[in-house]
Design a binder for this molecule. Structure first.
Ligand code: GLP
Length: 290
């Protein structure tokens, strides 16, 4: 009886099957600045193709150069965001949006104040709310009205987090009020400009919403990210590394500098290969199932 029950359980697990994952595109570029240029060109091309595009955008040190290039292009009138919509990935809690350490301030300083986006078309979770759970629901409902997002641009944490979806986050987790991991708190405290008060909580778009995007582009720079990048691209899908969920989306591009790509096999590192080449490579080498 005992045997039968466990046998049945195994059979049902088999029927459920492994998650469907897709080969992803890996673009390895010589320098961090090349990552900025590549990402900016992708957004400029997207805007030209569809002026009403909707984006998810990240914060952190990684995208600063990319934002600078977007700002420059906008000032030179090479691109316009007049019809575009931007959703920020995440925000600390509890923090006033005008506090210099808020992600809202980061976005204003690095992007929003310098491009022609309409104020009503830029969204970020309200980190100053007394009811963060309700705020997560409000933000998700708003985001859902705009799905599918045309392009979600992400960074990656050293521990493999995307947004503030820390290790342990389920693949179907919605937009949530979350507790930050100690390693994230320590790493991000270096980036605080105006306070020593570390943030222990945040609001973040969840993997469920990120994965609904039409296209995802993850940017990573530096050796600090090499391990997480390698595991996200080649390891098993696991909640311990939420970036590994990204392979469930059909159009994911990892844009890496040489340092962030250090642990990838030479066949990937050495080429700035096309999606088709990567697909072939991924299927043969890693057996990604489609
Ligand atoms: C924060 C953000 C993430 C970002 C990560 C990496 O934790 N919530 O969205 O990807 O930092 O930051 P950095 O680019 O500074 O390494």
């Amino acid at each position: 009886m005992l045997w039968r029950r466990s046998h049945e359980r195994e059979a049902s697990q088999f029927l459920e099957g492994p998650p469907v994952t897709y080969p992803l595109e890996v673009v390895v570029l010589p320098t961090p600045e090349d990552v900025d240029t590549y990402a900016a060109n992708a957004v400029i091309a997207q805007q030209k193709m569809k002026p009403k595009s909707v984006y998810i955008m990240p914060t952190g040190s990684t995208p600063k150069g990319f934002y600078q290039r977007i700002v420059d292009a906008c000032k030179k009138r090479q691109v316009s965001f007049r019809k575009a919509t931007i959703f920020n990935l995440d925000e600390y809690w509890k923090i006033d949006p005008w506090h210099p350490d808020s992600y809202a301030s980061y976005m204003r300083v690095n992007l929003i104040d310098h491009i022609d986006i309409k104020a009503k078309n830029w969204h970020i979770p309200n980190g100053n709310t007394d009811n963060p759970i309700a705020e997560a629901k409000r933000y998700e409902a708003l985001l859902n009205k705009h799905q599918p997002i045309d392009l979600a641009i992400l960074g990656i944490g050293m521990n493999g987090h995307i947004g503030f979806n820390e290790p342990g986050t389920a693949v179907d987790a919605p937009t949530s009020f979350v507790k930050l991991h100690q390693s994230t708190i320590e790493r991000n405290s270096d980036q605080l400009v105006a306070s020593n008060e570390t943030k222990l909580h945040a609001l973040t778009i969840g993997p469920a919403e990120i994965l609904k995007a039409d296209r995802i582009m993850l940017l990573a720079k530096g050796i600090d990210k090499a391990d997480a990048v390698n595991r996200a691209i080649r390891g098993q899908e696991t909640s311990q590394l939420p970036a590994s969920y990204l392979r469930r989306n059909k159009k994911v591009t990892f844009v890496l500098d040489e340092a962030a790509a250090l642990y990838l096999p030479k066949t990937i590192r050495g080429t700035h290969s096309s999606r088709r080449e990567e697909q072939r490579y991924s299927q043969v080498q890693f057996g990604y199932s489609v």
